[in-house]
Design a protein around this ligand. Structure first.
Ligand code: UDP
Ligand code: MG
Length: 338
């Protein structure tokens, strides 16, 4: 196996055939001009548009390109985890495939790493173009999760440089419900920031549907904050206090013989309380589901081997997020091995 490169660039890709070539060319040009040794790990997250095939075509003539193909679409978080587990560099850079994370920022990020920082965050100068509702939801989400990890996530992005020691800790994190940005903020280490302006998507379209975003938001909130659970307790306290006051008033009225036949009130009270209890059960169920997911401890992602080397390797091989990258050469890399 060739000696590990100085840098690993990890790019999760899902149906990105429209931008693969531009991304690969831009990153290779940028890093070659800096004269640093590197590998470019493109994680094909179960694309159905030929992204994986295109990556393998390119890798045949471009040895620094390492296509890592997952067995199906596992989602961006799992794709990033797969790339991190396979990366061998002394520093790992994560970026999106759509060139919204400009490769010309790499020299600045590397300069900060050379200064001795362990984590270099590219932070959004502005948030690019996004809808009003989406923007509001994103802000609320970042505020809530940011409070849980005690960091400002409002301008943060997944465009990051991580030193090897940070990557090793991340690889050892076994949680399945991952929120990469939050996890990195939670880890600490010495952090530098480099501002950037979010570009328009270079091609293709965003992969997030509204329902996916809602699910992602809920699972992340659940994995980072117990605020919703505590809110239930507070709701219970408030309701009990209110009920106490109302009972006193009701008894007082009854003692005076002035009790009204409050049919409407009764119906309303039952409906409102019934609704509130069900919502609270829903919140508890979300935590229960998260615990269930963690306890099953299925692998975070499954890497599929390239067809040509099937005879030599197991058909599919699972990688937990835990093993150290050096002793777990990822299957699914270029056919000739590295
Ligand atoms: N992505 C992925 N798996 C998914 C969804 C997205 O690997 O299931 C990748 C996608 O190819 C891109 C990055 O995650 O490189 C960010 O996705 P996108 O640009 O669609 O999100 P946005 O920039 O709109 O937040
Ligand atoms: Mg994007």
């Amino acid at each position: 196996m060739s000696p590990p490169p100085e840098l690993s660039v990890v790019v999760p890709m899902y149906d990105e055939v429209a931008v693969v070539d531009r991304l690969v060319d831009a990153v290779v040009a940028e890093l070659t001009s800096l004269g640093r040794s590197f590998e470019l790990i493109c994680v094909d997250d179960g694309s159905r548009d030929g992204t994986g095939e295109r990556l393998e075509e390119r890798a045949a003539t471009l040895p620094v390109l390492v296509p890592l193909r997952l067995s199906r679409n596992f989602g961006k978080e799992a794709a990033m985890a797969a790339g991190l587990a396979a990366a061998r560099g002394a520093a790992v850079i994560l970026m999106d495939a759509d060139l919204q994370h400009p490769p010309d920022l790499l020299p600045q990020m590397l300069a900060r790493w050379d200064e001795g920082y362990d984590v270099v965050n590219a932070v959004k100068q502005d948030r690019g173009r996004e809808g009003l509702l989406y923007g509001l939801a994103a802000r609320l989400f970042n505020r809530l999760v940011g409070r849980a990890v005690d960091a400002d996530l409002r301008r943060s992005s997944d465009y990051k440089l991580l030193d090897r020691q940070v990557v090793d800790v991340l690889n050892a994190c076994e949680e399945r419900n991952r929120f990469f940005r939050g996890l990195v903020a939670w880890l600490g280490f010495s952090v530098a920031e480099v501002p950037f302006v979010v570009a328009e998507r270079a091609g293709g379209r965003t992969k997030w549907s509204t329902s996916q975003l809602v699910r992602y938001t809920i699972s992340t909130l659940v994995s980072f904050s117990s605020l919703p659970l505590r809110a239930i307790a507070w709701l219970g306290f408030l309701t009990t206090a209110f009920a106490l006051l109302l009972s006193i008033q009701t008894l007082w009225n009854w003692a005076r013989g002035a009790a009204v036949d409050g049919f409407t009130t009764t119906i309303l009270a039952i409906l409102i309380m019934g609704g509130a209890i069900l919502v609270c059960l829903g919140v508890i169920a979300a935590y229960l589901a998260a615990i269930y997911d963690e306890i099953k401890a299925r692998p975070l992602f499954v890497v599929r081997s390239p067809r040509r080397s099937r005879a030599r390797e197991a058909p599919t091989q699972t990688i937990q997020s835990s093993p150290a990258p050096s002793d777990s050469p990822a299957p699914g890399t270029s056919p000739g091995g590295r």
